[in-house]
Ligand binder design. Structure first.
Ligand code: GLN
Length: 488
């Protein structure tokens, strides 16, 4: 059997551990699959065939010797371009980091390697994770595997496209305002943004430090739980990582949601929502009701301000975080600058794309004296109100159900000339980052034009267990199995 690429991470791990297949055979199946379809999809920016096969052989040697295997033994994975790896480059899909080799592995990279996962390579993203379509990559275009003329979403578009096109069993991305959940929705896979603090960000190139989280994109909910088990935990190298007792999230998938209270925020079922998405999300409510969940209408009254608040807070933090890329210490350095000031200007002007420059300018503006109080400080205050909305809502319910994005994937180029249009795509995902709570997107159907639609569930801080249990119960009973799209 050579279609191991169609199996879940869980199935692969089982088969490898039982000796039904070698990790080399699984890895080869994925490498062949990449060769066959990634030319059309464009998910991978770097491919490490030899390293991957060597890792696979090491796993096979462990199996032979009867040694204990890691939780992802033999599972081929991909990593977003902003997760530090000592192998290859870490470019954030930016020209400014062209050629940059990280001197260390991110904590997540280390944990995945220690779990015996096979790293196939790195995948594309919007430059520095700023975008919703992966069109802001300085490296290449990535297509939506369901319809190649459409975007895969972003910024973790390469991650979602690789899972959807079965060129990786799992991928790891980052989510600052929706960058795991929205591409997962667009490509028909599962995307989990853990609670802020659940996963170490050491070695994740920072975009907006008070919002960024690393999380998995997977074929199903069980794989998301399995992946979370591996990457979670306190890290002395990331002061924001939480010190919590270890949990096995796969144990949470009991299939039981009887009596669970699910909130439907009225502010999310608005006119901007496409009628197809509305219909599918409403159908998902019936699926969970039939399993014994109870639905309550809730209100998140400050929802209207979330996009505005995010596009002040995130650029402000980005303008500080990106100051370090000055042509001196990392990656690209402009070759003909006469002095240091000119070096900075020329390196940044040529090194950054338009969207990154726009964010740095916005961020610098809202932090500058005279504007700080009017914009940044005010946005922080409204952020607190948004968080309080969730605190209130979670007094009435255990989980919140919403659409992930207002509409299915859009056509390449459709929104790239209008930043505001692009920003509005994040309307349903941003609040979770502002509040620090976990969220998951999972497929709830295919649109008339054959594009996946995503359902979003939001949970209480550090209650990924309930979130995953609800998602898994929906998945098990909805009868929606999108499978792998034909790529042509
Ligand atoms: N699309 C949002 C932005 O452009 C979110 C990106 C993200 O989550 N990294 O900022």
């Amino acid at each position: 059997m050579s279609d191991w690429f169609n199996k879940t991470a869980f199935e692969i791990r089982e088969a490898v551990a039982q000796g039904d297949v070698s990790a080399r055979e699984v890895t080869t199946s994925f490498l062949d699959r990449i060769e066959a379809v990634d030319g059309a999809v464009g998910a991978y920016t770097q491919l490490w065939n030899d390293d991957a096969l060597a890792q696979a052989d090491a796993v096979d040697a462990k199996v032979k010797a009867g040694e204990a295997l890691g939780a992802l033994a033999g599972v081929p994975i991909s990593l977003k371009e902003l997760i530090c790896t000592t192998s290859g480059e870490t470019t954030c899909s930016s020209r400014i980091l062209n050629g940059f080799q990280s001197p260390y592995n991110a904590t997540v990279t280390k944990k995945l390697l220690a779990a015996d996962a096979i790293v196939l390579g790195k995948v594309n993203m919007d430059e520095f994770a700023m975008g919703s379509s992966t069109e802001n990559s300085a490296i290449q275009k990535t297509a939506n595997p369901w319809k190649l003329s459409c975007v895969p979403g972003g910024s973790s578009g390469g991650s979602a496209a690789s899972v959807a096109s079965a060129t990786s069993a799992l991928s790891f991305g980052s989510d600052t305002g929706g960058s795991i959940r929205q591409p997962a929705a667009f490509c028909g896979c599962v995307g989990l943004k853990p609670t802020y603090g659940r996963v170490s960000r050491y070695g994740l190139v920072a975009f907006a430090s008070s919002l960024d989280q690393i999380g998995p994109l997977s074929k199903d909910v069980r794989d998301a739980a399995l992946a979370l088990n591996v990457i979670t935990g306190k890290d002395p190298l990331d002061a924001t990582s939480a010190d919590l007792p270890a949990e096995d999230f796969t144990q949470a998938l009991t299939g039981d949601v009887k009596g669970l209270k699910i909130g439907l925020p009225k502010e999310y079922f608005v006119d901007a929502l496409s009628s197809e998405v509305r219909t599918m999300v409403e159908a998902s409510i019936e699926v969970l009701k039939a399993q014994g969940a109870e639905f309550v209408e809730i209100s998140l009254p400050h929802t209207d301000y979330a996009v505005a608040v995010y596009y002040i807070v995130a650029p402000a933090e980005a303008s500080a975080n990106l100051a370090r890329f000055d042509g001196v210490r990392y990656g690209f350095r402009h070759p003909d600058a006469k002095n240091v000031a000119e070096l900075y200007v020329k390196t940044k002007t040529e090194g950054y794309g338009k969207e990154v420059q726009r964010r740095i300018m916005l961020g610098t503006y809202v932090l500058s004296s005279g504007y700080y109080d009017a914009y940044y400080l005010k946005a922080q205050k409204v952020r607190t109100l948004i968080k309080q909305d969730f605190d209130e809502a979670f007094k009435q319910c255990d989980v919140i159900l919403t659409p992930t994005a207002p509409a299915p994937a859009f056509t390449m180029g459709e929104k790239s000339s209008d930043p505001l249009e692009m920003y509005l795509n994040d309307i349903f995902t941003i609040s979770a980052n502002l509040a620090g709570i976990p969220g998951i997107s999972l497929p709830c159907g295919l649109s008339e034009s054959g594009l996946p639609v995503g359902l979003q569930l939001l949970g209480k801080a550090f209650d990924e267990a309930t979130l995953l249990r609800t998602a898994h119960c929906y998945e098990a009973n909805a009868g929606i199995s999108l499978g792998t799209p034909p790529i042509a």
